[in-house]
Design a protein around this ligand. Sequence first.
Ligand SMILES: Nc1ncnc2c1ncn2[C@@H]1O[C@H](COP(=O)(O)OP(=O)(O)OP(=O)(O)O)[C@@H](O)[C@H]1O
Ligand SMILES: [Mg+2]
Length: 280
Amino acid sequence: MPGREVGLLVLQTAPRWGVERTGAAVALVSLQGVGKTFSGRTGAWEAVRDFSLDLAEGEFFCLLGTSGCGKTTVLNMVAGFEAPTAGSILLDGAPVEGPGADRGVVFQGHDSLYDWLTALDNIGFGLRLRGMGRAERRDKAEHFLRMVGLNGQGAKHPSELSGGMKQRIQIARALANDPRMLLMDEPFGALDAMTRAVLQGELSRIWAETKKTVLFITHDIEEACALATRIGVMRRGPGGTLKAIVPVDLPFPRERTSDAFMRVFRDVHGLIHDEIHGAH
Ligand SMILES: Nc1ncnc2c1ncn2[C@@H]1O[C@H](COP(=O)(O)OP(=O)(O)OP(=O)(O)O)[C@@H](O)[C@H]1O
Ligand SMILES: [Mg+2]
């Protein structure tokens, strides 16, 4: 593997093209030398440069980095909302050419819920588009409503739900389409600390239950340490890229005050601290 192992850390010293394949199995998602340069009225801006990463089926990968380093840009390219300007992104070996039902996206804000639909109908929206009948749709939506802990709240409209409840509905809606993976861009960023901790616990349980592959973006180190099987730390832009990958080999549910958790936190904190304070 190109990269240098330093204790728990694997420092990125070379492009990771085609690495991290287990046996003959191809990664679920493979980003190979991906770059993104935006051209706008103020000229060109290289947001992401030479970003290479393989995500294995079933893993929970947290992408962590300072504001503006390119996290959302990477997620948008995997989601198919933006096309890379360099390199390629493969999903199950085929190039990503646009959004698809195989990738469920959960956004930070909750404005992506449809105000005029009930919580249950929001969850079943994608199923309706796919032509599923009313009764089956309702059963499925109820199932995912229960999974996110909102049993009995399905008749409420988004304006009658708290921020945390809306994020739960977004997660249920994404899961209802049975995607191969979940793409989550700071989904709990706007929530208070207590609600956030509760939802992190819920998401961890749901991930273990559904075995979905998750790409989760955050700038909260503790959140990443609580959720991830691996944490990718990004170097700040311009030309944001992957700086290091920290494997988090701790059992779930995670004990946040344990020495082992603190050790991972300190490693990741050190990597991020260098980004904020300029040491590369
Ligand atoms: N559509 C766009 N046009 C021009 N520049 C863009 C566009 N989208 C993002 N950028 C620039 O690319 C860089 C990376 O942005 P991005 O949103 O990916 O950062 P981020 O890591 O998600 O930050 P945050 O943590 O604040 O959400 C920023 O400098 C941003 O200004
Ligand atoms: Mg962002």
